[in-house]
Design a protein around this ligand. Structure first.
Ligand code: NG6
Ligand code: CA
Length: 505
């Protein structure tokens, strides 16, 4: 009877979808799926990839018992575009997705299929817990009412959000699209352009701050930390940065417990290790690198808590866990937290050149681990992968539907994600302030007239912006030290054409 049902499902799929993920028949299964999404965590920031200044035993355990991917990428070198691609299966440049202010409208079109809506249609209960940064509402957000559209409208049954980033106002959690703990008599107002009354301003009170900050991060002071943007009201609802790991992990555990009996999809998006790095005192001194390293230890603890909960709930074998990050590492991102001074011999991006905001490999090559006990043969893989493909790959796994109209850049590489094949993408775009194209281990970086933004100039980030083309062969030169564009003009031409073709798609 069971076998009959599986064949029936396959037959229906074969007839009902012309979509690319069903080119070959794959057995359909519906494990729980958890994407653990760290923020600003570099390739080299985890033990298994060579971290020196901090230990990450829980993440390493996943890697040692799963697949550690060595050439897996987020779609862009900043947060909003990477998250956009992960959830929509579309490269972010198509929607000009860039880092959003904290009061921006939702950038995902609720009329389009998304990764969570596809899984929801397939019978999954879906949740996003943690950092959102994809905008909310459709114009000027009123933080005192239900905020729509938001996660619900793009396929999440449950949401518990840090609405933008930890360094942006409003510093409140938004649960199911309502500010948590808001006193209606003390409404919240947010303005990114003009000062509002109520909270102190960092620039005017620099001595009262837990961490000094650059001028961009020196506006509203909440919990002793100055942020980007102005806010008034809402004191009862304010978050405490030091409690993020406990609050978010508890919400994740609760969601898992509630959905033990049915398939669930949890997009668990940490605040760590984004600035402001204010790890709980429990993690103080756990690394030799100050708050940035301690935040890594804190994040690793959250991974351990989550995995213990899955184990206690007897869900380990039936849950596919993907651990990765949204963009490359950065030491100084606006706060004086000694990340530069205490780095020692630790290499946040491993051997790779660049950082967050950079078009070089460190910008998008992410620590990426896939863990699914009993279903994956432990090992490592150098298949070229991109998070934009998780939509099509997870559709393939779960029997979900997908059409080019909705996820134009998403390719099914399920076998490569699961370590069953070493062949991933042939060709892939990388995004930062410019675009790059990977074709196997050839890498072309498009010339760009726009210079590195002023606020980034002093932060020792090699953005990779040049007015002339760059070409690297990562086989011989994974560190991107030798620009060989002038030696291989035909290769440059071929790569430029291939990039333009994808852009036109
Ligand atoms: C930048 C912020 C930076 C960080 C980043 C977003 C300034 C000068 N810098 O604009 O601190 O918030 O945006 O980071 O404002 S991300 O990981 O969410 O992309
Ligand atoms: Ca980020």
């Amino acid at each position: 009877m069971k076998t009959y049902k599986v064949y029936l499902v396959l037959l229906i799929l074969a007839f009902s979808c012309t979509s690319k993920q069903h080119k070959k028949e794959v057995p359909v299964s519906k494990p729980n799926i958890i994407i653990i999404y760290a923020d600003d965590l570099g390739f080299g920031d985890i033990g298994i990839n060579g971290a020196k200044g901090v230990k990450t035993p829980n993440i390493d355990f996943l890697a040692e018992n799963g697949i550690n991917h060595l050439d897996a990428h987020c779609s862009a070198a900043t947060c909003t575009p990477s998250r956009y691609s992960l959830l929509t299966g579309s490269y972010a440049f198509r929607n000009k997705a860039e880092v959003l202010p904290g009061d921006a409208p939702l950038i995902i079109n609720p009329n389009k299929e998304t990764l969570p809506s596809m899984l929801q249609k397939g019978g999954y209960k879906t949740a996003v817990i943690g950092k959102w940064h994809l905008g909310l509402g459709s114009g000027k957000v009123d933080w005192n009412k239900e905020i729509t559209p938001g996660p619900k409208e793009i396929g999440f049954d449950y949401s518990f959000l840090i609405p933008a980033t930890g360094d942006r106002v409003p510093c409140v959690f938004v649960e199911n699209q309502q500010v948590l703990g808001l006193n209606p008599d003390n409404p919240i107002e947010v303005n990114y352009l003009e000062k509002l009354d109520g909270y102190p301003i960092g620039l005017e009170n620099p001595d009262d701050l837990k961490q000094k900050a650059d001028p961009q991060h020196s506006q509203t002071v909440i919990n002793g930390i100055s942020r980007i943007g102005y806010m008034s009201g809402g004191e009862e609802a304010l978050w405490k940065d030091e409690n993020f790991p406990f609050v978010l992990t508890d919400k994740a555990k609760h969601f898992i417990t509630e959905n033990k009996e049915n398939p669930f999809f949890l997009y668990f998006a940490f605040h760590d290790i984004h600035v402001p790095r204010a790890p709980n005192k429990r993690f103080a001194g756990k690394s030799s690198m100050g708050p940035r390293g301690d935040a890594i230890a804190q994040m690793d603890w959250c991974v351990g808590e989550l995995m213990n909960h899955l184990k206690e709930s007897k869900l380990l074998e039936n849950t596919l866990v993907i651990f990765t990050s949204d963009n490359g590492p950065i030491l100084d991102d606006g706060y004086k937290d000694k990340a530069v001074e205490l780095l020692g011999s630790h290499k946040p991006a491993g051997i790779y050149k660049g950082a967050k905001y950079s078009i070089y490999e460190a910008g998008t090559r992410m620590p990426t681990i896939v863990f699914w006990p009993g279903n994956i043969k432990p090992g490592q893989s150098s298949a070229m992968l991109n998070q934009v493909d998780l939509f099509a790959s997870l559709a393939s796994l779960t029997g979900g539907k997908l059409s080019e109209e909705f996820a134009p850049d998403s390719e099914n590489h399920l076998d490569a994600w699961l370590g069953k094949s070493n062949i991933g993408r042939e060709i892939m775009i990388e995004e930062a302030f410019t675009l790059a194209l990977r074709k196997g281990n050839w890498k072309y970086i498009e010339p760009q007239e726009r210079p590195t933004p002023d606020w980034l100039v002093n932060k020792e980030v090699e953005t990779g912006l040049m007015t002339t083309p760059q070409l690297f062969n990562l086989d011989d030169d994974p560190e991107e030290t030798k620009n060989i564009a002038s030696e291989f003009p035909e290769k440059v031409e071929e790569m430029r054409n291939a990039l333009n073709e994808i852009k036109r798609k």
